[in-house]
Write a protein that binds this ligand. Structure first.
Ligand SMILES: [Zn+2]
Length: 62
């Protein structure tokens, strides 16, 4: 017999790599801390282009 696949409702796609991520993942909604950093980096790059250079104060918030 084939195993029952996990219910789709318990996962959501990682914003970075589209892999299914379970809600109990530490880095949710990202599949890993690496994907989280990639997404944040992309977001900062977009902000950089349309507004102003990133200042040190912005980086200190994390
Ligand atoms: Zn990912």
């Amino acid at each position: 017999m084939s195993p029952t696949p996990p219910p789709q409702a318990s996962t959501s796609p990682c914003p970075t790599c589209k892999s299914p991520v379970t809600a109990d993942t530490a880095s949710f909604p990202f599949c890993s801390s690496r994907c989280k950093k990639v997404d944040l980096g992309r977001w900062f790059n977009e902000s950089y282009k349309v507004s102003r250079p990133i200042e040190q104060a912005d980086l200190d918030e994390e």
